[in-house]
Write a protein that binds this ligand. Structure first.
Ligand SMILES: *Cc1c(COP(=O)(O)O)cnc(C)c1O
Length: 382
């Protein structure tokens, strides 16, 4: 008799429930489903949570990054420094405006760019830097902001993974020139798909609101609410990057659960950390000295002399009913960037090749976590 099969452990499940379902239903029943009052309320709540002056909701973090670069007036001939070690959207956004992504190396412990790795690829054509808070691990933005200001470069923060992470005790994104956020289900707060730009600059905020809505000087919501006809005009070529009120309704509920979500993820990360301490050849991601992670991704780096390769570890986990993931991708290794010039990126390649992301989700049980650890322990000492 074989033992009953244990349910598969996913790498992530969004923590959604009846409250989000009700909020979405209320939005539908209100008759206002496109960008409207719920998007405005979500923007205000999100900006307040981050400590930013303005929030501009958009359709994804990818479109948020695109608009941030449009707002900076970047285009052909300009270079933007980005980590290759990131989801490919970070580099692609630079291409959308016709500028050149220049890949910077990352720090081995955080997976993030630093002032030194940015400095190493700076040229006279560099106009901006996109720093990623990779997997929720905050980049050292205080030193990056100082140095970028000194170099005359704009610093955009790709905070797709990092809602709930902190730097020096404040939310990631606080004080950022422009920060971009994601509400994809693989991130911590989700609206299905969705994104946000935060900024303290009122003029940029106004232009970003226009750019996400076809370049119109009066939003559809404003025109609808007006008692006298408003004749809109189109001030520049914009985009349709709007979020819907159905998504924003879900986002408002999710935001209210953020502290609980982050506390749970941090508790699971701490427990992994304790359980993996005596497993040789594994180095888990940890909080950097300058801040705290929300552990959107809990990754472990295999030592160079680990007895088996990363893909074998993934296969062993999969055979045991555990869905883990390869570590963060490296954009410069993808066909989309074949032939794109770059400096040697050994640390990026090492992290991308030798790391894996372990399951962490709100409803994960200790028994499930023990199952994951048992496989890793077996692989470390076969
Ligand atoms: C997920 C992710 C994105 C893209 O977010 P979407 O909302 O899916 O467009 C961009 N940058 C990073 C670092 C990400 O992890």
């Amino acid at each position: 008799m074989s033992a009953p099969a244990l349910a598969r452990i996913p790498v992530m499940i969004p923590w959604l429930g009846a409250e989000e379902a009700q909020a979405a239903a209320d939005a539908v029943l209100s008759g206002w489903v496109a960008q409207g009052p719920r998007v405005a309320a979500f923007e205000a709540a999100f900006a307040e949570r981050v400590g930013a002056g303005h929030g501009i909701a958009v359709s994804s973090c990818t479109t948020a990054l695109h608009l941030a670069l449009v707002a900076l007036d970047l285009g052909p001939g300009d270079e933007v420094i980005v980590p290759s070690l990131s989801f490919i959207a970070t580099a692609n956004a630079v291409r959308y405006v016709g500028a050149e992504p220049v890949f910077a190396e990352v720090d081995l412990t955080t997976g993030n760019v630093t002032a030194a790795t940015v400095d190493a690829v700076r040229t006279e054509r560099t106009r901006a830097v996109i720093a990623v808070h990779q997997g929720g691990v905050p980049a050292d933005v205080h030193s990056l902001r100082d140095r970028c200001a000194g170099w005359g470069l704009a610093l955009v923060e790709d905070a797709a993974c990092a809602i709930g992470s902190t730097v020096g005790g404040s939310s990631v994104g606080r004080g950022a020139l422009l920060a971009a956020w994601s509400f994809h289900p693989r991130k911590v707060v989700t609206t299905g798909e969705g994104g946000m730009i935060t900024t303290d600059d009122a003029q940029w905020a106004q232009r970003l609101r226009r750019l996400r809505e076809h370049g119109m000087n009066a939003s559809a919501a404003q025109r609808h609410a007006a008692t006298t006809p408003v004749l809109e005009s189109y001030l520049e070529v914009g985009f349709n990057y709007r979020m819907t009120d159905i998504q924003a309704a879900v986002g408002l509920v999710q935001l209210g659960k953020l502290d609980e979500m982050v506390a749970r993820r941090r508790a699971l990360a701490a427990r992994y950390d304790a359980l993996l301490r005596d497993v040789p050849g594994l180095r888990p991601v940890r909080d950097p000295a300058h801040g705290r992670s929300n552990f959107q991704s809990y990754w472990v780096l295999l030592a160079e002399d680990f007895p088996v390769g990363r893909d074998e570890v993934l296969a062993a986990l999969s055979a045991a009913g555990v869905s883990a993931r390869r570590g963060i991708m490296a954009a410069h290794l993808e066909p989309a960037y074949a032939g794109h010039p770059h400096i040697p990126l050994p640390v990026t390649e090492r992290i991308s090749r030798d790391s894996l992301i372990l399951p962490v989700f709100h409803t994960m049980t200790e028994e499930q976590q023990d199952r994951v650890v048992a496989v890793l322990r077996e692989q470390a000492a076969p």
